[in-house]
Design a protein around this ligand. Structure first.
Ligand SMILES: C[S@@+](CC[C@H](N)C(=O)[O-])C[C@H]1O[C@@H](n2cnc3c(N)ncnc32)[C@H](O)[C@@H]1O
Length: 347
């Protein structure tokens, strides 16, 4: 094991209920409520009898509507586009609606605020120790924003293909390098210089961003770029959900999450599992905000590779695993671990 490594989200309800209930939002508290599994049916009955509150009524049609999928010629396996499927943003690269749509990206930090998962404290310690950090799939860039707030003086680069997510970070801080792009295409604007070889002491992928790589080809290409961008003693740190614990089974409408969203408006999110095919898990996320006419639905597919698969791809990319943990307290990785948290170094 690497001595240096032995020292400290996103979006889905992986965190234990207790954590959700105790979590403090940046400005407002988070409330988790549970609805019975038959909520959809019951709601329809209540609508028929005119007793369902307006806010809940707005949610129901979308919850019960089967997803409308429009096959597209440029779709990757497991990444179907359509009404609520991922959107092609650049050279047919697909990004889920909850990252690409402004009104949904605006909700991200409310549902994934700093204290919602111990992952943020884990990663910020690493970022604060490194001089130059690349956050791949940075989303709204909360790690880098907090690092600057805490006095980080080095280079902080946040890379993401979803402009709407980057915009949230950019609005908060202009002293982070925000790059619209991905590791394979590079910057999308044709002006920003591509990232230079051997530049970063630390590359992170947090909030399960690693799971957006759904094909072997995509994984190989992204890991090759990470290897190229890492300095010779740099580290790549990321996590992926452990498929052995089948976390997707909890992604059901029984769990409704309600937060005080932008301007104090109540925002609700519900996940529905749609399909499990090999290690690809497809689900929808229904978002509703108090004054919206109707809910917005985002369809996503994530890959759940096991540790052996992850490690195999790392080796292929000339990276070696220097430490692997099962949770944010650095407990050992076991069959029952929620996470596969990996530290990798150039081989
Ligand atoms: C669940 S969010 C995680 C955001 C952030 N890392 C966090 O911890 O809050 C996943 C992010 O991955 C981004 N993403 C999607 N496809 C990507 C790709 N090919 N390369 C890099 N990031 C990607 C999405 O736009 C989204 O912002």
């Amino acid at each position: 094991m690497d001595q240096y490594d032995s020292g400290g989200l996103g979006g889905l309800f992986d965190v234990p209920d207790q954590v959700l209930l105790n979590a403090q939002a940046p400005r407002r508290p988070v409330v988790e409520s549970a609805l019975p599994p038959v909520w959809g049916d019951r709601a329809e009955l209540l609508i028929a009898s005119g007793t369902l509150p307006a806010r809940a009524r707005a949610l129901v049609p979308e919850w019960n509507r089967p997803p409308a999928l429009m096959p597209s010629p440029n779709v990757r396996p497991g990444r179907k586009s359509g009404d609520n499927g991922p959107q092609a943003l650049h050279n047919d690269r697909m990004v889920d609606r909850h990252f690409s749509r402004t009104e949904l990206a605006e909700l991200y930090d409310y549902f994934n605020h700093w204290n919602v998962s111990p992952q943020n404290d884990f990663y910020i310690d690493l970022v604060m120790q490194a001089d130059s950090v690349l956050d791949v799939g940075c989303g709204t860039g909360k790690l880098h924003r907090v690092a600057r707030e805490r006095g980080h003086t080095g280079r902080l680069v946040g890379l993401d293909p979803a402009e709407a997510m980057l915009e949230v970070g950019r609005r908060d801080r202009d002293d982070v390098e925000w790059i619209l792009g991905d590791l394979v295409e590079g910057p999308y604007d044709g002006e920003t210089e591509p990232l230079e070889k051997g530049t970063f002491d630390l590359i992170v992928m947090s909030g399960h961003a690693f799971q957006v790589f759904t094909t072997d080809e995509e994984l190989r290409a992204n890991l090759a770029s990470i290897r190229r961008l890492l300095s010779e003693d740099g580290r790549f740190v990321f996590e992926t959900r452990n498929p052995a614990v089948r976390g997707w089974e909890a992604w059901s409408p029984e769990r409704v999450r309600t937060v005080d969203g932008p301007e104090g408006r109540r925002a609700t999110c519900v996940h529905r599992l749609r399909e499990v095919q090999g290690d690809l898990v497809t689900f929808t996320s229904d978002y509703s905000v108090e004054d919206w006419d109707e809910p917005q639905v985002s369809r996503s597919t994530l890959r759940f590779p096991d540790a052996e698969t992850v490690n195999g791809f790392l080796v292929e990319a000339s990276l070696r695993v220097s430490a692997q943990y099962g949770y944010w307290d650095r407990s050992p990785l076991t069959e029952k671990s929620a996470e596969i948290i990996t530290f990798a170094r150039p081989a």
